[in-house]
Design a protein around this ligand. Sequence first.
Ligand code: PRP
Ligand code: ADE
Length: 177
Amino acid sequence: MSLQEQIKSTIRDINDYPKAGIVFKDITPVLATPKLVKAIASELRAQFENEKIDAIAATEARGFIFGSILALELGCAFIPIRKKGKLPYATRSQEYQLEYGTASVEIHTDAVKPGARVLIHDDLLATGGTAGAAADLIKSFDGVVAGFSFIINLSFLPGEENLMQRYGVKPHYLVKY
Ligand SMILES: O=P(O)(O)OC[C@H]1O[C@H](OP(=O)(O)OP(=O)(O)O)[C@H](O)[C@@H]1O
Ligand SMILES: Nc1ncnc2[nH]cnc12
């Protein structure tokens, strides 16, 4: 079985979570399979090891899991982007659109050095709102968005087109639905 097939056969679909009509892609069975986690880590490393990347910026909460594994694999810094009110030092916020209403994420003001090449990682790309807000934060400190990395792309939603249009880079992902 290919890595893609292994990932897809291990992800669990939860119908109507967190609300009616949503099919939630649950990665916890993947996390419970150490061999698969290791294979994903190797694949992520292979995707980016020849690129110049100074830091991985990942979004709370699920983005932290493979985001920190990837930072370790590449030997680069890890930058946490968190939901409002969770980071202890001085922060900058960015609002973004949810399906209904808005949300806000934050970064520490000393996290991104001007010119730093930052790869944005999250577990899943849906509308691209979360990853776009992370990219806007990186750019607001004159960091360079080196790319986007996801485990899952929900390709029936416009996340990939939105990120390509706004930042001119094609997102990487391991599996799509
Ligand atoms: O492309 P988007 O439409 O922005 O959706 C993708 C985001 O949604 C999920 O996070 P969620 O907000 O559910 O938070 P969690 O990781 O803390 O569960 C997922 O982990 C991404 O961060
Ligand atoms: N269908 C989905 N499954 C898991 N996380 C998500 N974030 C946004 N949509 C999602």
